[in-house]
Write a protein that binds this ligand. Structure first.
Ligand SMILES: CC(=O)N[C@H](C=O)[C@@H](O)[C@H](O)[C@H](O)COP(=O)(O)O
Length: 229
C-alpha cells in the first residue's frame, strides 16, 4: 500500500527548487516564491534544500514536499545524518531525500537508522542513489522510494548528457518500490521518456529553476553561432 503523500506524485512532475551557496537566489523567501510558481504551473511536488527553505515553503504550497539538507558537495552530502533527516521532517518535509549510497556516513550510522528514525517521526524516505547496488542497499534499509539522483556523481555510472535511462530502466525492473527519475533531465521530452521507462515520478531542477544555467544554454548557443559566421 503506497502512502498517500507518495501516491500524490505518481506519474507527475516534481520540481527541485534549490539555489546554491553564494548565488543571488539563495534566500528562503525567493525559493518559496519559486516553489509557489512551479506549483502554479502544475508541479505535483516540490523538492527543496535547507531547513529555512523548507520552513518557508511548507505553509505556502499544498503539495508533496521532498526535503533535504546538503552538507558540502563531496562524499555523502545529501542529508547525511539521522539528525539532519529528523530536522527535515520537523521543518515540514513529507519525504526526506537522503544519500542512498553504500558509502560510510558521517555519523557512523547505517542508512537503516535514518529510515527507522524518519518513519518513527511520521515521514517517508527517498534514497538518492548512484547505481543499482545503491538502490538494492537502500530498499533493504527500508527506503520508501529511490531516485536516480546521484547517477553520474559517485563514479559508478557514466555522466550521461540527459537522464541515465539505462539505470532507470534497470531499477524499475529490479525494485519493488517506486523509482523516481532525477538528474540532468533537460526538457519535457526527456521527462516523458523517463515516465515511459517506468519512472514513478520525474524530478526536474536546473532546467526549470536555475536561471543562470538556463541562460547559459542560450548564451553558449549564440556564441557558437557567432563563431560559425
Ligand atoms: C547531484 C546533486 O547534488 N543533486 C541535487 C539534489 O538535490 C541537486 O543539485 C539537483 O539539482 C537535483 O538533483 C535535480 O537535478 P537536475 O538539476 O539535474 O535536474
Amino acid at each position: 500500500m503506497i502512502d498517500s503523500r507518495l501516491a500524490s506524485i505518481e506519474g507527475r512532475l516534481v520540481v527541485s527548487c534549490q539555489a546554491y551557496p553564494g548565488e543571488p537566489m539563495r534566500s528562503p523567501a525567493i525559493m518559496a516564491a519559486v516553489a509557489q510558481s512551479v506549483v502554479a504551473g502544475g508541479a505535483a511536488g516540490v523538492r527543496a534544500q535547507g531547513l529555512e527553505d523548507l520552513e518557508a515553503i511548507r505553509p505556502l504550497v499544498d503539495v508533496c514536499l521532498i526535503g533535504l539538507v546538503k552538507r558540502g558537495a563531496d562524499g555523502v552530502f545529501i542529508t547525511p545524518t539521522v539528525e539532519d533527516a529528523l530536522d527535515c521532517v520537523a521543518a515540514g518535509a513529507d519525504i526526506v531525500a537522503v544519500d542512498g549510497t553504500r558509502r560510510d556516513r558521517p555519523d557512523g550510522q547505517p542508512l537503516s537508522a535514518t529510515v527507522a528514525a524518519v518513519h518513527a517521526a511520521g515521514g517517508l524516505v527517498m534514497a538518492d542513489c548512484g547505481s543499482l547496488d545503491d538502490a538494492l542497499y537502500s530498499v533493504a534499509a527500508g527506503a520508501d522510494c529511490v531516485g536516480t539522483t546521484l547517477a553520474g556523481y559517485t563514479g559508478e555510472r557514466p555522466v550521461t548528457l540527459g537522464p541515465d535511462l539505462d539505470l532507470l530502466t534497470e531499477l524499475v525492473a529490479q525494485l519493488a518500490v517506486p523509482v523516481l527519475a532525477e538528474g540532468r533531465i533537460r526538457n519535457p521530452a526527456e521527462a516523458q521518456s523517463c515516465l515511459i521507462a517506468g519512472a514513478y515520478a520525474v524530478v526536474v531542477g536546473t532546467a526549470i529553476t536555475h536561471p543562470t544555467r538556463i541562460t547559459q544554454t542560450f548564451t553558449q548557443q549564440l556564441t557558437t553561432t557567432d563563431q560559425t559566421v
